[in-house]
Structure formats: structure tokens, C-alpha cells
Write a protein that binds this ligand. Structure first.
Ligand code: 13P
Ligand code: 13P
Ligand code: MG
Ligand code: MG
Length: 366
């Protein structure tokens, strides 16, 4: 049997520089040091990057998803980088590490996890999308376009290996349930759910023709785990491309629309998702607008050849300009919905205190 490779992306915000805008270089250096020392013999390869204030550890290995040693390595890397963040008094040092002791799997401990295992093809192009100032449901619209919209993905119509469509595994983050829906025939059912990205998110996508995984994402909802505001759950998405999966250009195409996502300032506002290069992934205006980066790698016996910083391309300038215009428009709504999130979706609110203060002044309307 062909040897399988696992691609694991594990991410966390362990301190912002300055505020929530980016990661201090010393943290990235420390993370690379730890992965290279303690990952010896365990990892095939790794690449460390950041988007806004979130560090992403992109790792390849032969141990499958949910491997305790890999998760412990990621946890140790974040812990040791947090020591640097604390020394520099960076903002929210250790923000996403909800506990002290590692307990077998980082899921549920704060960091976001996206992992997929597969047999590396003759050529294996993958794109890792990483976003800041938003939540896992932000991928719903672009993932739908990549794998189910023939106006986005020409291959759905003209590639015999894609024509059978894809299976979407959808998670209900509130009830903790999952369902698998097939496109194209269950497209309308799928949209009923994933059109509500605060609750239903696409966890993974599979090719029906190849019976193989095509995409997977982080779906952790930190605030549901922690029961308090600890930042949004800035998400990551891995997509395999070409030869029966969407072409690289079909996978990037949805981001020409800076669609509205939840997050931005204090995790409590809607704003456009702006595609940017790694160098421009520094959300500043009103702590945003939310950013997405896309790094491409060719896998070669598990080695990460790359990255190619896709959104550096000038072809995304128009999307960035549109995002800035949408940001202007949304900002002018100030504290009003739908710029500010609906009460139920806000990460924090003064409503209980204000309500208590004014309680005695509320009268029945006759
Ligand atoms: P503080 O100013 O209280 O830290 O809150 C704002 C913020 O940045 C939330 O993460
Ligand atoms: P992060 O979730 O990226 O830490 O941002 C928190 C925030 O409050 C930004 O205004
Ligand atoms: Mg932060
Ligand atoms: Mg962040």
C-alpha cells in the first residue's frame, strides 16, 4: 500500500504585536526553533507563518490526524513561544491556550486544528488559507463556490473527474452534530445550513469520483469552549488542487468577492474579508478589516515545496479596493446592526449591566 502523508495545520493566537494586529518576529523564531529541535524524527517538514495575530504551524508527517505526539509538539511550541510573548508583554500573551497541562489532543484546549491524510499524488498542489479577525463559518461561501458553483469552477462542468460532484461534511457547532450532503443534487439543502455560518460550518469536502479528501478546516469555537470572550476563532482551511480537484485558480477565484464575515473589532462586527499577501496581513483599521492569506505548496515526498504567496498577485488589487470601499460603507453604521453583530452573536456586550441599571425605569406599554 502506498505510504500516506498527513498535513496538519495547528494555529493559535498567543499574543499580539501591537494590540491584535500582528505577530512579533521573536515568536515566529522561537516557534521555528522548537519545531526544528523537538520535531526531529517526528515531522517530515514544517513551515511557520502568521496572519494578523495568529501563528500557523503547517506540518507534514506520517502519523495520521489526531496523533498525540504531533499535538503535544504543537502545544509545546505555543507554550514556549508564549514565554517569549510574556517577556515582551505582548497583548493577550497566551490568549488561546485555555489550560496549562496538555491532555492528549489540542482540540478543545484552544488552538485550531485542520488535518488531512492522503496518498501523495504524482503531483500534489495544496493551498493553505489562513484568516484573522473572523470565524470558521467565513469559509462556507468560498468553499461552496470552489466545489459546487459551476460559475466559479469550470471543472464541475468540463472535467470528467469532477462532474460527479463533491460531498460536504457540515458541522452544527451549537448542537455538536454533523451531516454529509452531496452536490449537485442536495445543493439547496446544503445552502439552507451553510447560509447560516455562525452555526453551520463546512468541516471537510470529499471528491465523489476519487473517494478522497479535498478540503478540511478548523471548526473550533473558542468562545463556546471557554464560555467567555477570548477572541474570535480565526480559522484555517486546507485545499488539495488539480487532477480531479478544483484547479488552483478555481480555488482562489471566490476571494475576488470580499464577502461579509463576522469578526473584526472585538469580534462583534461584520466586515469584508480582504485577500492579502503575508506582508499585508496586518489588520489595523478598526482592527481589520478581516484578512485572508493563501499559501501554495507542492508536496514532494511530504516536503513542503514553497510557499507561493498567492494573494500577492495584482489580480487581487480590485478585491482589496472593493473591500476598502465596503469597509467605509459598513463603518459608517457605527454601533448599529448589521455592522455590529446581532445581540446573540456578539462576543461581549454591556447589555446586562445597562439593563440592570435601567430595570426600574421600564414600564408596561398600555
Ligand atoms: P480590552 O481593551 O479590554 O483588552 O478589550 C479589547 C480587545 O482588544 C478585546 O480583545
Ligand atoms: P483576535 O481574535 O484576532 O485576537 O482579535 C480580537 C479583537 O478583539 C480584535 O478587535
Ligand atoms: Mg488577538
Ligand atoms: Mg487573531
Amino acid at each position: 500500500m502506498a505510504e500516506r502523508i498527513t498535513l496538519s495545520v495547528i494555529k493559535a493566537d498567543i499574543g499580539g504585536f501591537v494590540g491584535h494586529s500582528s505577530v512579533h518576529p521573536a515568536l515566529l523564531d522561537r516557534a521555528r526553533e522548537v519545531l526544528s529541535d523537538e520535531g526531529k524524527g517526528l515531522l517530515v517538514d514544517f513551515y511557520v507563518t502568521c496572519v494578523g495575530d495568529d501563528i500557523n504551524l503547517i506540518m507534514t508527517h506520517r502519523h495520521g490526524p489526531d496523533c498525540e505526539d504531533i499535538h503535544r509538539l504543537a502545544w509545546e511550541t505555543f507554550k514556549k513561544s508564549t514565554e517569549v510573548a510574556k517577556k515582551l508583554k505582548l497583548y493577550g500573551a497566551g490568549q488561546d491556550l485555555l489550560t496549562d497541562a496538555f491532555s492528549g489532543n489540542v482540540k478543545g484546549m484552544g488552538p485550531g486544528v485542520a488535518e488531512m491524510e492522503f496518498v501523495e499524488r504524482a503531483s500534489e498542489p495544496v493551498v493553505v488559507f489562513m484568516a484573522d479577525k473572523t470565524e470558521p463559518g467565513a469559509w462556507n461561501l468560498p468553499v461552496y463556490k470552489m466545489f459546487a458553483d459551476p460559475f466559479n469552477t469550470a471543472g464541475l462542468v468540463i472535467d470528467p473527474k469532477m462532474h460527479a460532484g463533491f460531498s460536504f461534511e457540515v458541522h452544527d457547532l451549537v448542537e455538536n452534530k454533523k451531516v454529509v450532503l452531496q452536490t449537485p443534487e442536495e445543493t439547496y439543502d446544503l445552502l439552507v445550513f451553510i447560509g447560516a455560518p455562525g452555526r453551520y460550518v463546512v468541516k471537510s469536502v470529499y471528491s465523489r469520483e476519487l473517494s478522497d479528501i479535498a478540503a478540511t478546516s478548523t471548526t473550533q469555537r473558542l468562545n463556546l469552549l471557554a464560555g467567555r470572550y477570548v477572541g474570535k476563532d480565526d480559522p484555517t482551511l486546507i485545499v488539495r488542487c488539480q487532477s480531479g480537484f478544483p484547479a488552483v485558480g478555481e480555488v482562489l477565484e471566490p476571494f475576488t468577492l470580499p464577502h461579509l464575515v463576522s469578526g473584526w473589532m472585538r469580534g462583534s462586527h461584520k466586515g469584508p474579508l480582504m485577500p492579502v499577501s503575508v506582508a499585508d496581513a496586518t489588520p489595523t483599521r478598526f482592527d481589520g478589516p478581516p484578512r485572508v492569506i493563501a499559501l501554495g505548496f507542492q508536496l514532494s515526498d511530504g516536503h513542503l515545496v514553497g510557499p507561493q504567496d498567492f494573494f500577492q498577485d495584482k489580480a487581487f488589487d480590485a478585491a482589496r479596493n472593493m473591500a476598502s470601499e465596503i469597509a467605509n460603507y459598513m463603518r459608517r453604521h457605527g454601533p448599529f446592526e448589521p455592522h455590529r453583530l446581532h445581540l446573540d452573536d456578539m462576543e461581549y456586550t454591556t447589555m446586562p449591566q445597562v439593563m440592570e441599571k435601567l430595570m426600574s425605569r421600564f414600564e408596561d406599554i398600555s
